[in-house]
Design a protein around this ligand. Structure first.
Ligand SMILES: [Zn+2]
Length: 165
């Protein structure tokens, strides 16, 4: 087993907190929008999209799938006043590399458990995954009718490309 990251992150946080000046921010995001993004380690939504503490909600999961983010989207809109949605999927996403059958088989092999009730939501087409996720939000009666823009972030260049709907 490799060494824990705990000492490193605690040291990093000590540095961060020693220079911290944003302790008076209000709870609702100041720029009134939310981002749904893939959890990929190469994508830093704050830096890539110019977010500071207090600006926006950033909801992350494998693939940046909106069905998986629905609970948080509803809380963000209903309780914390966000009124625009940005979706960010990205090139070379791990979700392009497996099927539902693959991961379910791996779980059966590795853990001896049945995960057939979980939708892992891999995809084969990046543009389509963004469009599907925009549609899911637009069709949900729980989600407000707000502007939704989808992007594909390029992990090689750091650029986002808008997906035209
Ligand atoms: Zn990804």
């Amino acid at each position: 087993m490799s060494a824990s990251v705990v000492p490193e992150i605690e040291a990093a946080n000590g540095k961060y907190a020693s220079q911290f000046t944003k302790g008076d921010l209000p709870l609702p995001p100041g720029r009134k929008f939310l981002v749904v993004a893939c959890m990929d380690a190469r994508l830093d939504p704050a830096r890539a999209l110019g977010l500071e503490e207090g600006d926006a909600h950033v909801i992350r999961n494998a693939g940046g799938r909106t069905v998986d983010a629905l609970r948080s989207v509803v809380i963000s809109q209903q309780l914390l006043g966000t009124r625009e949605i940005i979706i960010v999927h990205h090139t070379d996403c791990g979700m392009l590399t497996f099927s539902e059958g693959d991961i379910r088989a791996k779980i059966r092999d590795d853990l001896g458990e049945d995960a057939d009730h979980i939708a892992f939501l891999p995809f084969g087409d990046l543009k389509k995954s963004v469009l599907d996720d925009i549609q899911l939000l637009k069709k949900s009666p729980l989600v407000l009718d707000v502007p939704i823009t989808g992007y594909i972030y390029d992990v090689k260049t750091g650029k986002v490309e808008k997906v035209e709907t």
